[in-house]
Design a protein around this ligand. Structure first.
Ligand code: FPP
Length: 250
């Protein structure tokens, strides 16, 4: 079932989409190629998805590019992914500027190789005043680690009398996460047929709709994003309320 742009209700576009880009390795293997070939071809899917999302009025796209667990992959693959990140960021910077895209990153960024940190910081700095669309890369990211760090930092502030325990609420926790400057996720997409969250944005997807597709990430195109948004638009987001309350806007 391929959805066309016309099927999408432009009045109900998710504000924040997060994607678990899975299946690069299997895609490459199915073509008799090395896994890295899949990662390289993932870039077309990233470009298409970011362009299509921004054209539709999505404001935030967050991509799971490298998890804390991905450090356990063979060194050759890790090195290739880091070098792909660096070359892509450098090459795409003029396009980010032309399209008014702000680049953001979440994760344990100090774990990245020095050169990747440097290029990433340069691109974040160069695009910090762009306003049309925010593209966030999750790099060396793990949601539990993010939450543990937030708890540690809040605890330190409690000990220093900067925060009262009774005042700790959703907002305070949000403001201590890597995603402090992002809204909650509305739609999370995972490709390649796996139906797991894999430690991605556990706190931020509390009310998100989840869309799973069998498409392998390097094959993901605009139409697949339209499918996911169509799916999102045909669910009823109740946030714990009843259908009747949603209908009468109570
Ligand atoms: C999942 O496929 C993909 C990754 C772990 C890496 C995602 C990285 C990119 C798309 C490129 C990074 C570049 C930039 C610019 C962010 P998999 O390798 O787990 O596939 P498999 O499940 O089929 O083995």
């Amino acid at each position: 079932m391929k959805k066309e742009l016309q099927s999408i209700n432009l009045q109900n576009i998710p504000n924040h989409i997060a994607v678990i880009m899975d299946g690069n390795g299997r895609w490459a293997k199915s073509k008799g190629m090395q896994r890295v070939f899949g990662h390289r071809n993932a870039l077309t899917a990233i470009r298409e998805t970011a362009d299509a999302a921004s054209e539709l009025g999505v404001k935030h796209l967050t991509l799971y590019a490298f998890s804390t667990e991905n450090w356990n992959r063979p060194k050759l693959e890790v090195d290739a992914l880091m070098s792909l990140l660096v070359t892509t960021l450098k090459k795409e910077l003029p396009e980010f500027q032309r399209k008014n895209v702000k680049i953001n990153a979440i994760g344990s960024l100090t774990s990245l190789p020095k050169n990747a940190q440097k290029v990433l910081n340069e691109v974040i700095e160069a695009t910090k005043n762009n306003t049309h669309f925010t593209l966030t890369f999750a790099l060396s990211y793990g949601s539990r680690e993010e939450i543990v760090n937030a708890i540690k930092n809040i605890s330190k502030k409690v000990v220093n009398n900067e925060i009262e325990i009774e005042k700790i609420d959703d907002k305070i926790i949000n403001s201590h996460l890597y995603t402090f400057n992002l809204p909650d996720v509305d739609l999370m997409i995972r490709t390649s047929g796996e139906q797991r969250i894999s430690n991605f944005l556990l706190w931020q997807i509390a009310y998100a709709e989840l869309h799973f597709t069998d498409v392998l990430w390097p094959d993901f195109r605009k139409e697949h994003l339209y499918n996911a948004i169509y799916d999102y638009q045909n669910r009823e987001r109740r946030f714990g309320k009843t259908s009747e309350q949603i209908e009468t806007n109570e």
